[in-house]
Write a protein that binds this ligand. Structure first.
Ligand code: AP5
Ligand code: MG
Ligand code: ZN
Length: 218
């Protein structure tokens, strides 16, 4: 049976950072809806052109577009054993669609690690974030600096800041999270699959909490 883990948390909580470690350790695909959108924007596909302005503003892409994209991704062969989902679902409609599609794939949401971080930490995390243009590894100028400034530790690629990490856009993303996404916390709590993590701790300590929660899945 494939295993599906859904990382949930506000913008800048550390979903991407933790998903990378978790997917490597558990041999699961890392499926980030944000990364999929950004890749489409980079390649200027039809989808990319359609969503570029939405991401730039920090608004949410419409559910139908997002659900179709993730469904296609989860059907790829590298997701056969399951996936770590990062940034999806983000609305109740997306959560319902995910349950339905995982049922079709013979699986279910096994665990929802919720990375809880206070609003005041988020702005500092996002405005100091640098991401590798080649491999997507995430750094932070203060909390997780690269060994050589501007260069990726893993692949030597060039580091860049995201266009939606300006303070005003970050505030809009947080407000969208609070209104659209935070209801999912209760949804998954009721489903009995939620594991709350203290996301204020250091990156390595959050990873430890995460792996401990995953180890408890029966
Ligand atoms: P997306 O790419 O998913 O962005 P997000 O949810 O806003 O989350 P981030 O990627 O900004 O943060 P993260 O939690 O991954 O944190 P990270 O690990 O990088 O979505 C972008 C946009 O795409 C959305 O605004 C929307 O437009 C669209 N979109 C995507 N999915 C969608 C969906 N399902 N429906 C509709 N629209 C969708 O860490 C952040 C920084 O903090 C890094 O610098 C990191 O090094 C540092 N850090 C991490 N952990 C710690 C720690 N414990 N202590 C100190 N620093 C830390
Ligand atoms: Mg991310
Ligand atoms: Zn890299």
């Amino acid at each position: 049976m494939p295993m599906y883990l859904v990382l949930i948390g506000p913008p800048g909580a550390g979903k991407g950072t933790q998903a990378k470690v978790l997917s490597e350790q558990k041999n699961l695909a890392h499926v980030s809806s944000g990364d999929l959108f950004r890749d489409n924007i980079k390649r200027q596909t039809e989808l990319g052109k359609q969503v570029e302005a939405i991401l730039k503003r920090g608004d949410l892409v419409p559910d139908d577009v997002t659900i179709a994209m993730v469904r296609d991704r989860l059907k790829q062969p590298d997701c056969a054993a399951g996936a770590v989902l990062d940034g999806f679902p983000r609305t109740p409609a997306q959560a319902a669609a995910l349950n339905k599609m995982l049922g079709e794939f013979g699986g279910k949401v096994n665990l929802v690690p919720y990375i809880n971080v206070s609003e005041k930490s988020l702005i500092e995390r996002l405005t100091g974030r640098w991401t590798c243009k080649s491999c997507g590894t995430v750094f932070h100028q203060k909390f997780n600096p690269p060994k050589v400034q501007g260069k990726c530790d893993k692949c030597g690629g060039e580091l860049a800041q995201r266009p939606d990490d300006q303070e005003e856009t970050v505030k809009n993303r947080i407000s969208k999270y609070l209104s659209e996404t935070s209801p999912l916390i209760e949804f998954y709590q009721k489903a009995g699959v939620m594991a709350e993590l203290d996301g204020e701790k250091k990156i390595e300590d959050v990873t430890k909490q995460l792996l401990a929660a995953v180890a408890k899945i029966r």
